[in-house]
Ligand binder design. Sequence first.
Ligand code: CP3
Length: 344
Amino acid sequence: MIDQISGYTRFLRALRAQPVDRPPIWMMRQAGRSLPEYLELKKGKNFSDLVNNPILAKEITLQPLKRFDYDAAIVFSDILVVAEMMGINYRVQDKGGVKVDFDLKNNSDLKKITSNNLVKKNNTPEAIKLISEEIKKEKAIIGFAGSPWTLASYIIEGGSSKDNLKSRAIINENPELMLSFLDKITDTTIEYINNQIDAGADVIQVFDSQGGTLSSYNYWNMSGKWIKKIIDNFEKRVPFIVFGRGVHHNWDALINTGANALNIDWNINIKKIADILPKNIAVQGNLDPAILTTKPNTAIAATKLILQDMKNRNGFIFNLGHGVTPNAKIETIKAVTNTVKNYL
Ligand code: CP3
């Protein structure tokens, strides 16, 4: 038996694959649009207004914790703020999806952006400071960034794309151009993460949500090695979680990034992956986000399947296989959370 511990301790122990009383829980995109208090706070403002205001960003970060008492808080921000730091603007559209103003055709486009000489200061570290003052090591604070490839593909496609055809064409026709772009993004991302850690982030998650669109031949050069460069830079100052969505062809590459934990998507059996990974790598996942739109009892059954599968694995964090969707039901999120929290 392990004594009652704080969410902070539970989360960090699980990340280091040490025994815990029960799996820690938080949800990817937990600050999302399913909460009425978020929609209320957002009225009359756009997404950037919220992200760039540390007081509001703190408030939104804490909203889901007040309702569900998760073990960790993920700061309310977006992977696209790194684009903004480099002078590339973006907009979140009311109908969903994002729009990014940039086109990468040749080296002269690269000159339009900046990496060392940041165009715009970013307020996410300031929000982390305020969150940290409020939760006082009771919960872990997760900072984050997109992987360089995932951010590059959003920028090149001009927003959300399911297949990244333009970006994949550039990889093959002009790999040097893509590599220079990734290099610039990586430098900015390192600076951004460094600021988040200085401000109080206990853990960093790198979202390679678009990793699954790369061919297995390209995965390491275009994504894995840049994530490794980021993680190496911090020399284990904080643990890193890597979410490689759809990267089922390349577990070795994900391990080689140096991540302490891998976030598994919902398309694959989490136990099967946990069994092939080294025992010191934690796994996080992997409830299908669609289940949050069903009745509580349906979701409880699906949650128990995962808990049962992972029962004997030290190093397991309960999460979704991707983000909370806007139509997730609050009573179902609650039922899933309580099922994990009461699991022995
Ligand atoms: O998890 C959290 O609560 C923290 C906040 C967070 C957001 N975005 C807030 C957000 C995190 C971790 C992200 C990461 C992010 N953003 C990723 C990687 C993870 C993933 O989901 O794949 C990506 C690819 C983005 C880019 C992005 N930002 C998109 C594609 C969109 C539009 C999404 C849609 O369905 O319309 C956003 C906007 C965004 N980021 C919202 C939130 C809460 C919606 C804002 C709103 O409409 O009010």
